[in-house]
Design a protein around this ligand. Structure first.
Ligand code: ZN
Length: 281
């Protein structure tokens, strides 16, 4: 599912197509995804508006409109994604952005309809809504803020990293990779990390997420694709996720695929040698 690197890849793909362009027509094909606004309102604000910026906040895509037309915020959630080429499953188109010059369409598709589409009167309103529901962006959070937030919970470090109210943008795949790179066991109580581990963790978050952005994210099954319909390349080069039983790139021992408390239904991959179970009962 789209995590921070996938949403950043979407934003970087959308920016050259949308910024500076006038929306000839904005069409909501599926009002089910709308949050706090009607299809008529959002179509009226978007129609004829110029796109001034496309940015990311955590896993949100923020499309700012000029001329006091506000901001459209789209959360791809589990199965949402943008298409600059005609989507492979047109029945899943939920929003379309019709551009004037050159005449073209940008589509937002969502197979499982779990995504959200909202409109805010100003960018500040969109920022405030983000701040109310999410912690700081995982690529922006400072080492001190991260340490403070982790010190307040005795939950396992992995589910804590994936808690969007603690920091926004990290899901299952990147949590495994970040913890391997920082040599921290996924079940360590978050509050038990040392200052040195906080620093390792903060550095690993930045390094892993930026490497994943450079690879244009992670694709598996029929899930995430780039705006050109291509697969992301991160899972061809990562160390942990999807590699249970294979040799650890750190020590050569077998990578363990398991389930941990607080993450029922999602697998966890780690190396029991490189990520020792210090202080875990
Ligand atoms: Zn290892």
């Amino acid at each position: 599912m789209p995590e921070l690197p996938e949403v950043e890849t979407m934003v970087r793909g959308l920016r050259p197509a949308l910024v500076g362009q006038t929306l000839h027509r904005l069409t909501i094909h599926d009002p089910f995804l709308l949050q706090g606004c009607t299809a008529e309102e959002i179509e009226r604000q978007g129609g004829g508006a110029k796109v001034t910026a496309v940015d990311r906040r955590g896993k949100w895509v923020v499309i700012a409109l000029g001329g006091c037309r506000g901001s459209i915020v789209i959360q791809p959630r589990m199965t949402g994604g943008f298409w600059l080429v005609p989507p492979d499953r047109p029945q899943h188109v939920r929003v379309s952005f019709g551009l004037k010059r050159p005449e073209r369409t940008v589509w937002f598709c969502d197979a499982r309809r779990l995504g959200k589409v909202a409109w805010y009167a100003t960018v500040d309103d969109a920022e405030a809504a983000f701040a109310r529901s999410q912690g700081p962006d995982a690529l922006i959070i400072t080492p001190d803020d991260l340490a403070l937030r982790l010190s307040k919970t005795s939950r396992g470090i992995k589910p804590t990293l994936m808690d969007q109210k603690i920091l926004a943008g990290i899901g299952n795949i990147y949590a495994d990779e970040v913890l391997f790179q920082s040599r921290i066991h996924p079940e360590r109580p978050a509050s038990s990390l040392t200052a040195e581990e906080h620093n390792r963790l903060h550095a690993a978050i930045g390094e892993v997420l930026n490497r994943a952005i450079a690879a244009e994210g992670s694709s598996f099954d029929a899930g995430y694709r780039t705006v050109l319909g291509l697969e992301g390349g991160f899972l061809a080069q990562n160390a942990m996720y999807g590699r249970g039983g294979k040799p650890c790139p750190g020590c050569g021992g077998a990578i363990l695929k398991t389930k941990i408390a607080g993450l029922i239904g999602r697998p966890t991959h780690y190396c029991p040698t490189c990520q020792p179970a210090i202080g875990i009962r």
